[in-house]
Design a protein. Structure first.
Ligand SMILES: *[C@@H]1O[C@H](CO)[C@@H](O)[C@H](O)[C@H]1NC(C)=O
Ligand SMILES: *[C@@H]1O[C@H](CO)[C@@H](O)[C@H](O)[C@H]1NC(C)=O
Ligand SMILES: *[C@@H]1O[C@H](CO)[C@@H](O)[C@H](O)[C@H]1NC(C)=O
Ligand SMILES: *[C@@H]1O[C@H](CO)[C@@H](O)[C@H](O)[C@H]1NC(C)=O
Ligand SMILES: *[C@@H]1O[C@H](CO)[C@@H](O)[C@H](O)[C@H]1NC(C)=O
Length: 472
């Protein structure tokens, strides 16, 4: 038998070198952000803005001189609500403000997204546009749009129910964009909010971006989400924006990886007002109030405004949906084939039964969308007014968006319903939506279809999903 001579001296040296090496490596890991590399080390500002993307960090770090009654609010005069919202406490009501966007599609305008408890008095509520922290603000009138229902005159000041609004403020003749905006009642009233103005520009708009509502999942959704993201990339989606209430740490790690690669944006969100914002409590609240979906309007419009200057189209869907073209490989090819002019394209949903799953031979049997091929035979051709459609919007023409359709257009809205021969919305559900539950078995579960439209993308997606999951 072959044996090396035992030599303690050499061993000691070797061990020292090894431990030194591991020390250096560990130290290296410690210094670098695990999801970043040395050339992308984050500054404090970047980290702050990742934590709260809606707050005007830079402006707050500047030296201030002006101290008149309309001075730029200091940090301790701001009234925050559930981390990301800021409060405007008006005589008439309370407004929770989320974000503000520069919109130059008609006139230079700031669009402020908020939720209000009661009716906002349009005559006494003003926009304070801050062009400099050391100059008095430009004070303008507001134009108010209720995005989803209108509070009654009797709504209490501290109700749990809130109503999403967009407060629009025209910028008076000026070349520059304000740095931030406050909403307050009258001149020289105490200003308790200060929102960063988001403004992104691209020389040439193109492509399709997806907007989603807030995610809240306690369990790890990495596998299903990776598959959903990769399928959408195959469909030609250039960017997906996720708002995060609560997700599993592993899912977060995955979404951070996708954020770095530029395929997605990830933004934090809570619900405003005197409500809980922890996982189970918020779920309870959403189950207890049938108005849970009201809180989806602000994030999908925040996403819409963020993307309107960069992408030509914005599609509003959830992760249990996929818009799949039938005659084209990508959505962009499908859109280009539609010759009529349109402001929005709307797609009929068709149920894909989510509890009916079959393993596909030659795969790992844990795919989500590909393994669910059994669908309802019925489309929703006759119920256009109801919520069975999802839409894609031309960002030049649609001002703001709802869950299913456009909310308003720059001029006339021209919505087109896309034929189900061209594309449909695969909606993955166990059973029918509540309002058609009574006719579910007779109409929507009468017979079934094995639809494998998605399998065109399977080989490519499986490889990408596996590669992505390796990082976790
Ligand atoms: C580091 O980050 C830069 C900038 O995002 C990127 O171009 C480069 O490929 C990254 N390098 C590694 C080794 O990940
Ligand atoms: C807004 O649009 C007008 C007209 O197209 C243009 O002249 C102006 O420069 C734009 N403003 C900004 C800040 O981009
Ligand atoms: C607001 O009040 C200040 C100080 O009293 C005054 O100088 C300014 O003109 C007022 N602005 C408006 C728009 O009323
Ligand atoms: C799926 O769920 C629905 C309703 O919950 C039920 O009627 C159906 O039998 C289930 N199908 C399977 C295959 O479990
Ligand atoms: C179910 O489908 C069959 C075959 O398409 C049809 O004959 C029957 O009338 C349908 N039942 C109901 C209740 O619609």
């Amino acid at each position: 038998m072959y044996r090396t001579k035992f030599c303690p001296g050499k061993l000691l040296i070797l061990m020292t070198i090894l431990s030194l090496l591991s020390f250096i490596l560990k130290k290296e890991q410690h210094v670098l952000n695990p999801t970043s590399n040395s050339s992308t080390k984050r500054t404090e500002q970047e980290m702050f803005e990742r934590e709260n993307p809606y707050f005007p960090y830079e402006a707050f770090k500047m030296k201030r001189f002006v101290r008149n009654c309309n001075h730029f609010p200091t940090f301790h005069t701001i009234s925050f609500d559930n981390s990301y919202w800021q409060v405007a406490n008006l005589k008439s009501t309370t407004i929770y403000i989320f974000s503000a966007h520069f919109d130059n599609r008609t006139y230079p305008t700031i669009r402020v997204l908020a939720e209000t408890v009661g009716r906002i008095n349009q005559l006494t509520t003003k926009c304070y546009l801050w062009f400099s922290i050391n100059r008095a603000p430009v004070i303008t009138d507001i134009k108010l749009t209720y995005l989803y229902g209108k509070p009654s005159f009797y709504t209490k000041k501290h109700s749990l129910y809130t109503f999403p609004v967009v407060i629009s403020c025209l910028i008076p003749k000026r070349d520059n964009i304000p740095i931030s905006i406050s909403i307050a009642e009258s001149n020289c009233s105490r200003i308790s909010n200060n929102i960063k103005i988001y403004s992104a520009n691209s020389n040439e708009k193109s492509g399709v971006s997806v907007c989603l509502k807030g995610l809240q999942y306690n369990s790890d959704m990495s596998k299903q989400l990776t598959e959903w993201i990769e399928i959408n990339k195959e469909l030609g989606i250039a960017k997906m924006t996720f708002y995060i209430y609560n997700i599993h740490p592993k899912t977060k790690q995955l979404l951070e990886k996708y954020t770095e690669s530029g395929s997605i944006d990830m933004l934090p969100i809570t619900i405003p007002g005197r409500v809980p914002n922890t996982y189970f409590m918020r779920k309870e609240l959403f189950d207890a109030t049938v108005r849970a979906w009201v809180h989806e309007i602000v994030p999908i419009n925040d996403c819409y405004f963020r993307n309107m200057n960069i992408y030509q189209y914005v599609l509003v869907i959830d992760i249990d949906e996929l818009i799949v073209p039938k005659k084209h490989r990508t959505l962009t090819e499908m859109i280009n084939s539609i010759s009529n002019s349109f402001t929005s394209l709307s797609f009929s949903e068709v149920y894909f039964w989510s509890n009916n799953t079959k393993c596909i031979e030659g795969t790992s049997c844990d795919l989500y969308y590909f393994q669910r091929t059994l669908r309802s035979p019925k489309y929703f051709l006759d119920t256009r007014a109801s919520g069975h459609y999802k839409s894609l919007h031309n960002t030049d023409k649609v001002v703001w968006v709802g869950h299913h359709y456009e909310g308003g257009c720059v001029s006339k809205c021209e919505r087109r319903y896309v034929s189900t021969d061209i594309a449909h919305n695969q909606h993955y559900r166990e059973t029918c939506e509540l309002e058609i539950q009574s006719e579910c078995n007779n109409k929507y579960r009468n017979g079934s279809y094995d639809e494998r439209l998605l399998w065109r993308y399977m080989d490519s997606v499986i490889i990408k999903v596996a590669k992505m999951l390796e990082y976790l």
